[in-house]
Design a protein around this ligand. Structure first.
Ligand SMILES: [Fe+2]
Length: 260
């Protein structure tokens, strides 16, 4: 298992120390299309620590009907993951601290029910991470975002560079920015993991000053290998030194969280 780590001599460089926190990953095992086991989670976490991350927030998918996760179950699984990793000696400085559990909520046909129930797990007790379909444009997204804001949520839109229907309609993304929606780019997008289109769009939005957060969106060991490659990418290193991101504020005790 995890043969790639044995045969690839390349190791991660700690270039993401400047971010401190990863705020988007799927390392809670067996709840979505992310990690399949505690062992896979530990392997990914070791790579993330070597890449410089000190703390991570797990953000499993909440997506109707594919991943009908409920918050109570996710919270229990998160506690069990921490116990399991500790029991197996996965701790200390080898891996990032599991700082919190939240979610990546897809705005889909099941979202209104969640909105009505006002039931979300927030990153750092503050930010609601939402995503859109990766294939088909959903109408009325701006209204949903507005409704969330009216309820007091600070919204982060996950990987806006990955929505192909927005690739040539930057005015929609600009409208979201005007509304005060935070944007999170996937680090792997910058390395070309999802193709040339998302890579170009990611750099374009960084140049526009539209990106407040960077995330790994780590799912499995394939992503971990791609993250290692990213730590050797000079263009990504330059992004980290030439932009300011809010990742570190997520565990800053001086930041007041509105919702806990
Ligand atoms: Fe994700």
């Amino acid at each position: 298992m995890f043969e790639f780590l044995k045969h690839k001599p390349k190791t991660a460089q700690p270039i993401f120390e400047v971010l401190g926190n990863d705020m988007h990953c799927h390392l809670l095992p067996r709840v979505d299309d992310g990690s399949k086991s505690e062992e896979e989670t530990a392997t990914c976490m070791r790579v993330m620590r070597a890449a410089g991350f000190e703390k991570i927030f797990c953000t499993p998918h909440y997506q109707y009907p594919r991943f009908p996760n409920i918050e109570e179950d996710i919270l229990e699984r998160f506690d069990n993951l921490k116990l399991d990793l500790a029991a197996n000696g996965v701790k200390g400085n080898d891996v990032p601290q599991l700082a919190g559990i939240a979610g990546e909520y897809r705005i889909d046909s099941g979202f209104q029910q969640r909105l009505d129930a006002n039931k979300f797990l927030l990153i750092g007790g503050k930010y609601l991470l939402v995503e859109l379909s990766l294939h088909q444009q959903v109408m009325g997204v701006d209204q949903v975002l507005f409704d969330l804001q009216m309820k007091g949520y600070d919204i982060i839109l996950a990987h806006p560079e990955r929505y192909p229907y927005y690739s040539s309609s930057s005015h929609v993304l600009e409208h979201f920015k005007d509304m005060g929606v935070f944007f999170q780019v996937n680090i792997l997008s910058l390395g070309g993991f999802y193709g040339e289109g998302p890579r170009r769009k990611a750099f374009e939005m960084l140049d526009n000053g539209w990106i407040e957060f960077m995330g790994t969106d780590m799912h499995n060991t394939l992503y971990a290998q791609a993250l290692i490659d990213c730590t050797h990418d000079k263009k990504i290193e330059k992004v980290l030194t030439s932009h300011t991101f809010l990742n570190k504020s997520l565990t800053d005790p001086t930041v007041t969280n509105k919702k806990l």
